[in-house]
Design a binder for this molecule. Structure first.
Ligand code: IZC
Ligand code: ZN
Length: 432
């Protein structure tokens, strides 16, 4: 085997967590980053072959034998960002709802009147497969430019067999075709469609008995979610659907305790969920239960920001009590129309008092754990996928600090340069 690397990255600093591939970072460890000054990363076959000081790496992988070298003096290199909660596939858009909410109409009231999610359901049902595919590809391109290299994507705007399958097929096709890696989540119980009005239990039965088994049979999703919320789906309906999903081998993650404290966090702990998401209204018992059962809390601060709330998830309490924290965009056309994970880091700092260092771990290694991918991605360590970002910045505090500005210069996905000078590179062959 040749000594040469496919790609050798030489940077001012390498910034990553270390030694957390088997379990998420908790408590004071969440703020711990390893900094390698004058560092280097060698990549071979899409995987990190070595990381360390430039001196050491260059000895092991002589530059003259490497296919490509990228030198980035003054710049830092971090792992690619991971977004563990998005609703990226949808028809239509909801800028009118945005304006309506500014005028004072609440999110749930819009939904109860048949708008909101149901507006997007109608638009998604009537959008043909190819159109949905291209629209979603565009969103993924924007995420990639912002440094996201892996994202979870939910169904949930179909709410019937045909359209849920259509959405999941789009997600799976994009996972194969787009540089970003996608984790597909079945969210058939996202809202009650008009044809089931007044028959919520029957709808849950339909999803659990008919749709879910076909999704699993076709191998279209790895995770199952439900919008567990007052006026949407109850704790017992959520338990019923999620238990069935677990029996069928899916991992569980769900919308919990966002607007009303229903005991979603406790249910997540009871079911051994990978994550419980939102958690603005998590109870003390919920925090204890999640810490005990090691359920990752996916916090989504862009949603209360967009909904103009004064309240955010109690991140500091949760960190202190040993809950693993990840952050996600919740990208969707209603309550969080942003593709940007760096913006989420800013909101987590300013509204939840997380430190910049904590937010970087929350969108890398802990986000990986929330998806069950802690061993494959989320840090710059030997054997992991070579998903890397070169930033127009020299330390991690710049990422949340300069909000609204994209500081991502280069994105490398499994060893391929996919964003250069902040622009997408489309052809696979352009790289070498
Ligand atoms: O389309 O409004 N909260 N689901 C639960 C959403 C927000 C997405 C939407
Ligand atoms: Zn969501």
């Amino acid at each position: 085997m040749s000594r040469g690397a496919d790609l050798l990255l030489l940077g001012e600093k390498i910034i990553t967590s270390r030694g957390a591939s088997t379990a998420p970072l908790l408590g004071s460890e969440l703020g711990c980053l390893t900094v390698i000054e004058k560092g280097a990363v060698a990549v071979k076959g899409g995987v990190i072959a070595a990381v360390g000081s430039e001196e050491e790496i260059v000895q092991r992988f002589p530059p003259e034998e490497c296919r490509r070298i990228i030198e980035s003096p003054g710049k830092m290199i971090t792992p690619g960002l991971i977004d563990p909660h998005t609703h990226t596939v949808f028809g239509g858009s909801r800028e009118d709802e945005f304006a309506l909410r500014i005028s004072g109409v609440p999110y749930l009231e819009i939904l109860q009147k048949g708008g909101g999610i149901l507006d997007t359901v109608q638009a998604t049902r009537s959008t043909p497969y190819e159109e949905l595919l291209e629209k979603s590809r565009g969103h993924l391109d924007r995420m990639l430019i912002g440094g996201t290299t892996t994202t979870e994507v939910k169904s949930g705007y179909g709410l019937d067999l045909e359209n849920e399958m259509k959405m999941l097929q789009v997600i799976n096709q994009l996972d194969r075709e787009h540089p970003l890696d996608l984790e597909a989540t079945f969210l058939g119980a996202h809202a009650l469609p008009p044809e089931y009005r007044g028959r919520t239990d029957e709808f849950i039965d339909y999803m659990a008995q008919e749709v879910l088994p076909q999704v699993v049979e076709a191998d279209l999703a790895r995770h199952c979610d439900i919008f567990c919320e007052e006026g949407i789906f109850s704790i017992s309906q959520s338990r019923r659907l999620l238990q069935k999903a677990r029996e069928l081998g899916l991992a569980i993650r769900f919308h919990a305790d966002e607007m009303v404290s229903l005991g979603g966090a406790e249910l997540a702990a009871e079911l051994g969920a990978h994550s419980a998401d939102h958690l603005l209204k998590i109870s003390k018992k919920g925090i204890e239960a999640m810490a005990r059962e090691q359920v990752v809390a996916n916090l989504l601060p862009a949603t209360p920001f967009t909904l103009m709330k004064d309240e955010y998830a109690p991140a500091r309490d949760m960190i202190e009590q040993g809950v693993a924290i990840a952050l996600a965009s919740d990208f969707n056309p209603g309550s969080s129309p942003t593709h940007s994970v760096p913006l989420i880091m800013t909101l987590a700092c300013l509204q939840m008092k997380m430190t910049p260092e904590e937010t970087l771990n929350a969108v890398t290694i802990n986000a990986a754990h929330s998806l069950g991918l802690g061993r494959e991605i989320g840090s710059i360590e030997e054997g992991k996928k070579a998903d890397l970002i070169i930033w127009e910045a020299s330390n991690p505090r710049f990422i949340p600090y300069y909000y609204g500005t994209n500081l991502v210069q280069t994105v490398i996905k499994e060893g391929r340069v996919v964003v250069e000078q902040g622009q997408l590179r489309r052809s696979k062959n352009e790289n070498q």
